[in-house]
Design a protein around this ligand. Structure first.
Ligand SMILES: [Zn+2]
Length: 252
């Protein structure tokens, strides 16, 4: 699933189209694209910036901005290339999965999503999103996360608390912070540890190639896997609505 690291890679790829004028909106999937008539009015406009906040990528023109959400399996393809390889995400470049597409005089940008959970709409300009997980400071993170009467896993997945974390990154961060994902009402000291681990994990995994490259890697996310730190069999349950893996021995 695309999390903040993947969306950063998508943004990096999308920045190639800055300065290009949209000649045609080629795909407007009825389920994926909201307000298609407004989105279609990208035609004739020049892309002058690409930004992201959490998992939302925004294409800016001088008079219209459009948000792209990638859902569970959405990928961006720019000029025929995607920054994410197919194996990690079980997606493909099959043209029948293109849900949103822009063609420029030269080249194109599109969102490919076999599962149709991607969303494209006129920009909400960050409304409803918390601060970006890459940059949120320790104090603000502590204020938003500590003391909440909800499992910490759910708190961190809530995009209005912190924007950008998804299922795999949260499991990785809590594994490194020695915190049980089901715990509630965390004290400030524990939340500070989570923040510190997050600030290390995000750039580290970005360098390695994405959310699936953590110590609790995608290969370990199957029943019966052992904790790479102490060998305990990882626990598995639905926490915060998502399949969660954690170590019953060192995560407390
Ligand atoms: Zn362990």
């Amino acid at each position: 699933m695309p999390e903040i690291l993947e969306v950063e890679m998508y943004a990096e790829a999308a920045r190639r189209v800055i300065g290009r004028r949209v000649s045609r909106v080629t795909h407007l999937d009825s389920l994926v694209v909201a307000d298609p008539e407004i989105v279609r009015s990208l035609e004739g406009k020049r892309i002058n910036d690409v930004t992201c906040l959490g998992k939302v990528l925004t294409l800016h023109t001088s008079s219209l901005a459009v948000d792209l959400h990638f859902g569970m399996a959405g990928r961006i393809i720019v000029d025929g290339r995607s920054p994410i390889d197919e194996l990690s995400y079980a997606a493909s470049d099959d043209s029948k999965w293109i849900r949103f597409g822009l063609s420029f005089g030269q080249g194109f940008l599109c969102v490919s999503d076999p599962r149709r959970f991607a969303r494209v709409h006129p920009s909400h300009h960050g409304e409803g999103l918390g601060p970006d997980a890459m940059t949120i400071g320790r104090r603000e993170f502590r204020e938003r996360v500590s003391g909440r009467n909800t499992p910490i896993k759910a708190v961190l997945l809530d995009q209005s608390t912190v924007a950008g974390l998804g299922n795999m990154l949260v499991d990785e961060i809590l594994w490194r912070a020695d915190v049980d994902p089901r715990r509630k009402k965390l004290d400030a000291a524990t939340v500070d540890i989570i923040h510190a681990r997050m600030r290390v994990v995000l750039p580290q995994l970005a360098k390695r190639g994405g959310s699936h490259t953590g110590r609790v890697s995608v290969e370990l996310r199957v029943p019966g896997s052992a904790c790479p730190r102490d060998g305990a069999i990882l626990s598995r349950a639905t926490v915060g609505g998502r399949t969660t893996f954690w170590c019953p021995k060192h995560q407390r």
